[in-house]
Design a protein around this ligand. Structure first.
Ligand code: NAD
Ligand code: 0WE
Length: 260
């Protein structure tokens, strides 16, 4: 008997089989959840459908979270297909690639707005659209990164966006508490996904991470999937507004241990 038996989860942000969303979907599926998938747009449809087949999922719908209309449409489709849902996962971020290197102060006004819109506001917009559909005992989850708290070179406007996303988690947790719905975030260590592939400094940072973290291991999408399973299940029934680190302990270090 799976710990998500009888629950329905809607996951946003599936691009391919390296996506954190895919790690979460697989963990949920293995523990008995019924899954719905949303992807960004046409270019990703084929891949999303192929992956959906592997977990017997037939709710596969596009949603560009920049559009209030598309968010409303996917909520209406989910209502028609599932009636109500138990879990909503937001695994989406975007900033202009050229603003993820060089000095932070070069962030343009439009680039700042874009990063905040897609990476922060979209979680609030989804929470509002799904508010009438999410059952008591349900949970919402988003993904963040340590660059929200401390400076991660080149993460730049995304660090500022993640700080705002984490604050949104706390405000949403307060709003949704009265309907018995929990809202949390996972702060994951660096993982080689599509969103990381485009980053020039990523490779070095990824290697250094495993050297410096107490557990000396990089983080996988399966690791994040398991933590998501806990946070979105009844096992975490009194945890809300929280940011859970899944980072091999990296964030607890103040001064690095000398490397032999
Ligand atoms: P990914 O590229 O697989 O996923 C990012 C997703 O965002 C993609 O599916 C993309 O289609 C979607 N997206 C972008 N713009 C969108 C839009 N306008 N509408 C709808 N969807 C849109 O990469 P990932 O690493 O799995 O990223 C998922 C989340 O995890 C992000 O929030 C990211 O910041 C976070 N995160 C990633 C890492 C890492 O190192 N990879 C670490 C910590 C947190
Ligand atoms: O949140 C992320 C990825 C965010 C991201 C990445 C891209 C690359 C391609 C958002 N938008 C884009 N836009 C693109 O065009 N991570 C936590 C992974 C990541 O990204 C970094 C990192 C790490 C870690 C960027 C700079 C430095 C470190």
């Amino acid at each position: 008997m799976g710990i998500l038996e009888g629950k329905t989860a809607l996951v946003f942000g599936l691009a391919n089989d390296r996506s954190i969303a895919w790690g979460i979907i697989q963990a949920f599926h293995q523990h008995g959840a019924r899954i719905g998938i949303s992807y960004a747009g046409e270019a990703l449809e084929r891949r999303a459908r192929t992956l959906a087949e592997k977990i017997n999922c037939n709710f596969v719908e596009p949603c560009d979270v920049a559009s209030d209309e598309q968010i409303q449409q996917v909520a209406e489709k989910a209502a028609a297909a599932f009636g109500s849902i138990d879990i909503l996962v937001h695994a989406i971020a975007f900033a202009n690639r050229d603003e993820l290197s060089g000095p932070y102060y070069n962030t343009s006004r439009a680039g700042f707005h874009l990063a905040m819109d897609i990476s922060v506001y979209s979680f609030t917009a989804l929470a509002r659209a799904f508010q009438p559909l999410i059952r008591p005992g349900g949970a919402m989850l988003t993904l963040t990164y340590y660059g929200s708290e401390k400076v991660a070179p080149n993460y730049n406007v995304m660090g500022v966006a993640k700080a705002a996303l984490e604050a949104s988690v706390r405000y949403l947790a307060n709003d949704f508490g009265k309907q018995g719905v929990r809202v949390n975030a996972i702060s994951a260590g660096p993982i080689r996904t599509l969103a990381a592939a485009g980053v020039s400094s990523f490779k070095t940072m990824y290697r250094r991470f495993a050297e410096l973290a107490p557990l000396h291991e990089n983080v996988t999408i399966e690791d994040v999937g398991n933590a998501a399973l806990f946070l979105c299940s009844d096992l975490a029934s009194r945890t809300t507004g929280e940011v859970l680190f899944v980072d091999s302990g990296y964030n607890i270090m103040g001064i690095p241990e000398p490397v032999e």
